[in-house]
Design a protein around this ligand. Structure first.
Ligand SMILES: Nc1ncnc2c1ncn2[C@@H]1O[C@H](COP(=O)(O)OP(=O)(O)OP(=O)(O)O)[C@@H](O)[C@H]1O
Length: 230
């Protein structure tokens, strides 16, 4: 479904991504976990062809691709109401189906119907982030890139949205390319985890087998989950 071969991206003579290889099978989701500045968003931009690789190749065998950007405030038009922002989601879905889906997703994303008439500046960061997730889901994608898409949400909302995303994965076969520094969200949604450190993949793991962690940065991430659960 997604093949990335020997990918390098250089900005100002600095390799932001170096020799990245990913081979993702259909119906498997992947999480790219890494600290700030490790090159995660750059990788998303390359997959979406918003940027060109310096070296290497990316082949994405999916047509219905959507993304929830990390910078959620600037990805909504401030002079549009939320309803108008969501109307951008038309692909091939009829208005009737869209309205029915909208009702369901609003409930699952814990958003009140009254937000539809509001403007982005009248919403909290967490509400706008959920509107961005909703907009992507309404476009009925088969491959969804989530770039730190749950970062502004409180724990209980995050748990509910993860369960919605899991449901869509199971029922509709939606595949996620998850970008996060939260290993816990990564293990909840994805079968595969790649740890990006200073532009290189330093560890490739299967979620059902985290015993083989080698890199100190991944160990730190795993310890932080244990600490949060203590
Ligand atoms: N268009 C650009 N021109 C020059 N440098 C860039 C550009 N885009 C990203 N970079 C640099 O590439 C590096 C990786 O950035 P990127 O946004 O991919 O990191 P990230 O892992 O997503 O970080 P964060 O978690 O903070 O969002 C950073 O040092 C950044 O300054």
């Amino acid at each position: 479904m997604l093949k990335i071969k020997n990918l390098t991206k250089t900005y100002n003579k600095i390799d932001v991504l170096k020799d990245i290889n990913i081979d993702l099978k259909s119906n498997e989701s992947i999480a790219i976990v890494g600290e700030s500045g490790s090159g995660k968003s750059t990788l998303a931009k390359l997959i979406l062809k918003l940027e060109k690789p310096t070296k290497g190749k990316i082949v994405l065998d999916e047509k219905k691709v959507s993304i929830v950007f990390q910078d959620y405030r600037s990805s909504v038009n401030p002079i549009f109401t939320i309803k108008q922002i969501l109307d951008e989601s038309f692909w091939e879905t009829s208005q009737t189906i869209l309205n029915a889906q909208l009702e369901i997703y609003l409930k699952k994303l814990e958003l009140d119907n009254s937000i539809l008439e509001k403007f982005p500046h009248e919403l909290s960061g967490g509400q706008i982030q959920r509107v961005c997730i909703l907009r992507s889901l309404l476009s009925n994608p088969s491959f969804l890139i989530l770039d730190e898409a749950l970062s502004a949400l409180d724990i209980s909302t995050k748990v509910n949205i993860i369960s919605l995303l899991q449901e869509l994965k199971d029922k509709k076969g939606l595949t996620y390319f998850l970008i996060t520094h939260d290993l816990e969200v990564a293990t909840a949604l994805c079968e595969n985890i790649k740890v990006l450190y200073k532009g290189r993949i330093v560890e490739s793991l299967k979620t059902n087998n985290l015993k083989h962690i080698k890199h100190p940065y991944t160990k730190e991430l795993l310890d932080s989950i244990v600490l949060l659960k203590d």
